[in-house]
Design a protein around this ligand. Structure first.
Ligand SMILES: C[S@@+](CC[C@H](N)C(=O)[O-])C[C@H]1O[C@@H](n2cnc3c(N)ncnc32)[C@H](O)[C@@H]1O
Length: 260
């Protein structure tokens, strides 16, 4: 989720006029993640970046949660029979553990919502795809920033102009969508209009692909300094125009159940 420290006030404020926002109108991302997990009849679920467990708690399948700093304010187990928690960064987790060995099967649904810098999400994607089932899906959070300011690499809410959204920070994880489109045209990439900042559903996975790993340093060199101009931002949204959650789930043959 876009990290947030202030309440959203959708009422227009003067600064917002100079920093136009995009409007996403789908269901909350947590409901979408759960619906995908159910729709795929997933055997298991991996979440990178767990925070207080508010998404993890909804999942009913055997799960792994990874976060260097859990801040649970609820029981993350929910209705699951099995939950494995790893309090460490995702790089360390993937270096030292193999989810396939833990689950006894490849990963069916993964939700990547850890550090909001593109090189972290890129590594999380590479490491996750490697251990996924070919028919699995990887959901990447926060890749549809609803204003330009929230794409800053360093979150500096005090310097932001759109004060109502100053607590939202997507960082530059949007770059990973552009990278996957260029380096992995074999993947199926579907942006979805969940709130607050979108979900990117990646399928047609190839766990044997080394294309990203082979080009990792080249990619980081090329993309590290990139920032979005207002024109680039509009172009990014045009290429990544989101589909509705309902349409995506319809593809999986189930409709979205949104909690009351
Ligand atoms: C936006 S929160 C996750 C929210 C959670 N997925 C949910 O839906 O409620 C981002 C989390 O990523 C964690 N994080 C930061 N660096 C990380 C890393 N290197 N590996 C895994 N998690 C990381 C943070 O500790 C934070 O809890």
């Amino acid at each position: 989720m876009a990290e947030t420290t202030t309440q959203t006030d959708s009422a227009a404020i003067p600064a917002a006029a100079a920093h136009p926002r995009k409007a996403l109108q789908g269901p909350p991302y947590r409901d979408f993640v759960k619906a995908v997990t159910d729709a795929k009849a997933a055997r298991n679920y991996l979440e990178v970046g767990v925070h207080n467990g508010s998404t993890l708690a909804l999942i009913e399948k055997p799960a792994i949660g990874v976060d260097p700093n859990f801040v649970f304010d609820r029981n993350p187990v929910g209705r699951k029979r099995i939950l494995h928690l790893f309090q460490m960064g995702s790089d360390e987790f993937f270096r030292d553990y193999d989810p396939r060995a833990i689950f006894g099967a490849p990963v069916d649904v993964a939700f990547l919502d850890g550090m909001h810098r593109f090189e972290y999400l890129l590594r999380d994607f590479m490491n996750t795809e490697r251990v996924c089932d070919r028919n699995g899906v990887i959901l990447m959070d926060d890749c549809l920033p609803v204003n330009l300011e929230m794409t800053e690499r360093l979150h500096r809410p005090e310097q932001r102009q759109d004060k109502a959204l100053a607590g939202w920070w997507t960082g530059d994880v949007w770059k990973v969508v552009t990278i996957l489109r260029e380096y992995r045209p074999d993947l199926r990439i579907t942006p979805v209009d969940v709130v607050p900042t979108g979900s990117i559903v990646v399928s047609n996975l190839d766990p044997s692909s080394t294309r990203l790993a082979d080009a990792y340093f080249e990619i980081v060199d090329r993309f590290a300094a990139q920032t979005l101009t207002p024109k680039d931002y509009e172009a990014y949204w045009k290429v990544n125009r989101p589909t509705t959650a309902a349409a995506l789930l319809n593809d999986f043959g189930l409709s979205l159940h949104v909690r009351p």
